[in-house]
Design a protein around this ligand. Structure first.
Ligand SMILES: C[S@@+](CC[C@H](N)C(=O)[O-])C[C@H]1O[C@@H](n2cnc3c(N)ncnc32)[C@H](O)[C@@H]1O
Ligand code: SF4
Length: 346
């Protein structure tokens, strides 16, 4: 029988483990500290547990920390790590160091069901949900982990489609027994799913980024089929019931596609849609992917859009594009690795 992994368990889950094994209740907090503070790789290193208890624990559990199997380094310092997720599958985590911050872009699923037209992960289809262990492992197991200041759940997959595991991982990141980070250092990005949207807002204090990409329902539906099940107007109506004016940030991501959603007409629709919401807009450069007839707008168009929106009261920034030389568009490296594996099997 496979051993239960400890990394990625919440304190309540660790308490169940120690209870089951007849260990004292306080051992759960000790184990959490070894996992999330001291970041040990082996139960043998948990030296304030008695030898007997370490042996008991080792019989049925393991730490479950797994180093990345591959890495691609960009000239700008960005590093894309590839983690194994099950037998033949892989997910990516992208480390993005900047002047005063160091961000990790974390995956929540292998593949994705949402099938957005412009996304490489969407092209893979859905393969599996990541467990909290596999989510936390992305943060735990790469060389620069101690430099991290921020986490964005913007890697492969739709986090609201795997919300139970994602919320467990967020609890571990933000609890005093876990990494103890402020939720203001964490952003979850979503296309918006009816099931899960409200729950995330109410059960977490992390920042929320909504992938918008078009304020026009027909066009958004074409780019992002998820619009059919939960429209952006419904989402915006729901968001108006919550307070994003203080610490918690609400942002909308908008990939600017040449000749598609880049004119002032769209800017006006954006202003109409988001009026009355405390939020900002992040314009994103499109990372071209093979076989898709979409092109990114040029910088001049993006600057114009940013200035128009900002001058009309909607604070807008352009996201710096990082790691272009290592295909920062998520899903590229894992797709290549999955294909390579298939070839090996043939
Ligand atoms: C990969 S998704 C993961 C999180 C979530 N599923 C979502 O869509 O918001 C993170 C962000 O990357 C964007 N994205 C996907 N493919 C892209 C591409 N080829 N170029 C630029 N951004 C892309 C998405 O629209 C989204 O805003
Ligand atoms: S953009 Fe997000 S929701 Fe859409 S296919 Fe990619 S990962 Fe899934």
């Amino acid at each position: 029988m496979p051993k239960q992994t400890l990394l990625g368990l919440t304190l309540a889950e660790l308490q169940e483990v120690v209870k089951r094994l007849g260990m004292p209740g306080f051992a759960a907090k000790q184990i959490a500290s070894w996992l999330y503070d001291k970041k040990v790789n082996s139960i043998d290193d948990m030296t304030n547990l008695s030898l007997k208890h370490r042996d008991l624990l080792k019989d049925v559990c393991e730490v479950g920390a797994d180093a990345p199997v591959d890495a691609m380094r960009s000239v700008d310092g960005t590093v894309k790590y590839l983690y194994r997720a099950g037998e033949k599958h892989f997910v990516e985590a992208v480390y993005i160091p900047d002047e005063e911050r160091a961000t990790l872009c974390v995956s929540s699923q292998v593949g994705c069901k949402m099938n957005c037209k412009f996304c490489m992960t969407g092209k893979q289809g859905f393969i599996a949900n990541l467990t909290a262990n596999q989510i936390i492992n992305q943060i735990n197991s790469f060389p620069e982990r101690d430099k991290l200041t921020n986490i964005v759940m913007m890697g492969m997959g739709e986090p609201l489609d795997n919300l139970d595991e994602v919320l467990k991982a967020l609890e571990i990141m933000t609890s005093s027994y876990g990494y103890g980070w402020s939720p203001k250092r964490i952003t979850l990005s979503t296309v918006g799913l009816r099931k899960g949207f409200q729950r995330f807002i109410e059960e977490s204090e992390c920042h929320l980024a909504v992938s918008l990409h078009s304020p026009v329902a027909m066009q958004r539906r074409e780019l992002m089929p998820a619009e059919k099940a939960f429209s952006i107007t419904e989402m915006v109506d729901l968001l108006k019931n919550y307070d994003f004016s203080k610490q918690r940030r609400l942002s909308f991501e908008y990939i600017v596609f040449k000749g598609v959603n880049d004119s002032l007409l769209y800017a006006k629709e954006l202003l109409k849609l988001l009026r009355g919401l405390d939020c900002r807009v992040n314009l994103i450069r499109f990372h071209a992917i093979p076989g898709v007839d979409l092109e990114g707008a040029d910088m001049e168009t993006m600057n114009k859009l940013r200035d128009y929106l900002t001058s009309h009261g909607l604070f807008t920034t352009i996201r710096a594009s990082r790691g272009e030389d290592i295909f920062a568009a998520c899903g590229m490296l894992s797709t290549a690795k999955q294909e390579e594996n298939k070839q090996e099997l043939i």
